[in-house]
Design a protein around this ligand. Structure first.
Ligand SMILES: [Zn+2]
Length: 364
């Protein structure tokens, strides 16, 4: 026998009565504390097989019998009733069925959410990479053009120096299958990036700091390596896919074009993971080696970036500083690789193009 406190409503008036509910093996005894039932009785008996049970909130239960109800604020009520009445009591059986169904539906929803989450975080990125890897070059180029054109509208492209940078770059074999186009943009950022399709943008602030042709070659080689490995393309495809995934879930499939432009805008601040930076460094070092250009260019480039890093607000690190702080590992790798290099040519023609490109800077 166990007694709980409750609030009784007769189902006819709004009046609440404080009651003590005593649970026994076949029935409930309801004792009115300060009042009586409308019938004048101070005690009621409810048959255990005829009551109904409903959970109104997580902490409160409603016991009903012939139109009257008692609210009991005890989260354990169902368990207490089970110990006195057994699982086969009709009210509890119905309740157990309801709980069973509710728990199963919640479990199914969790599983579905889990599958969606796995799909979103693991499968979608892999599929995006497959899409990017297999995208025909014409589409990749079109994507890069769209982004470049939206960027050029607001950028100050230096056409003279762009032509000089192009001439410089033409003296380097990047191992590219498709044409590369180089641009110098006047802006107060230490930045450079490569777009899908082959546009490579170098900002004059970073370009002006290049101490040697080898350092500039290292910078271009690093960026071209990103483009050849489709790093930006993969990132853009993922961005679009993430948007589409959310758009489908929220039934809002407008604005993909706007997103495309926006993701292009973000390319200027694009940051790659440590692994992708290492990949771009490694491939860049190979490009210098294949051209018999001194790989010390990378060390010189990292020196410039190291200085740039100190004066940069952390939130606006450019692509080249993606792995801020420039890891010792990246620098050491470049230094060690350069030590083993045996065949280096002076590249007089490249030197001339470098001097032409930097002539204005030296006069300043
Ligand atoms: Zn990079």
């Amino acid at each position: 026998m166990q007694t709980l406190q409750g609030t009784y409503f007769d189902g006819k008036t709004a009046q609440a009565h404080a009651v003590n509910v005593t649970i026994q093996s076949d029935f409930l005894t309801i004792h009115f504390v300060n009042s009586t039932a409308s019938s004048g009785q101070s005690m009621l008996l409810w048959n255990a097989n005829q009551v109904q049970l409903k959970e109104t909130t997580t902490q409160q239960w409603e016991i009903s019998f012939e139109g009257a109800t008692i609210l009991v604020a005890d989260a354990q009520l169902q368990n207490i009733l089970s110990t006195y009445w057994g699982q086969n009591n009709p009210a509890l059986r119905q309740k157990n069925l309801f709980n069973y169904l509710r728990n199963r539906v919640v479990a199914l929803c969790l599983i579905a959410t889990g599958i969606l989450a796995i799909g979103y975080f693991f499968i979608l990125p892999l599929l995006c990479d497959v899409v990017a890897e297999n995208m025909p070059y014409s589409y990749e180029k079109q994507l890069g053009e769209t982004v470049f054109n939206s960027m050029v509208n607001t950028a100050d492209v230096d056409s003279t120096r762009s032509a000089q940078l192009q001439q410089f770059a033409n003296g380097i074999q990047f191992g590219n299958k498709h044409p590369l186009t180089f641009y110098v943009v006047n802006d107060d950022v230490y930045n450079a990036f490569a777009l899908p399709g082959g546009h490579v943008v170098v900002y004059n602030k970073l370009l002006n700091q290049m101490p040697t042709k080898e350092a500039l070659a290292a910078l271009l080689a690093h960026e071209v390596a990103h483009q050849k490995n489709k790093h930006a393309l993969k990132s853009m495809v993922r961005g679009i896919a993430n948007y589409a995934f959310i758009a489908i879930l929220t039934n809002d499939v407008n604005g993909i074009t706007a997103l495309l432009i926006q993701s292009g805008g973000n390319l200027k601040q694009m940051k790659f993971s440590r692994n992708l930076e290492t990949e771009a460094d490694d491939d860049g070092l190979d490009i210098l080696k294949n051209n018999q250009l001194s790989q010390k260019g990378f060390e010189q480039l990292f020196d410039v970036l190291g200085v740039a890093e100190e004066e940069y607000p952390a939130s606006t690190f450019p692509e080249m500083l993606s792995t801020h702080p420039l890891t010792k590992k990246r620098l050491n790798k470049a230094v060690e690789t350069a030590k083993k290099q045996t065949q280096i040519l002076p590249h007089y023609q490249l030197e001339k193009h470098f001097e032409a490109l930097m002539a204005g800077v030296k006069q300043q």
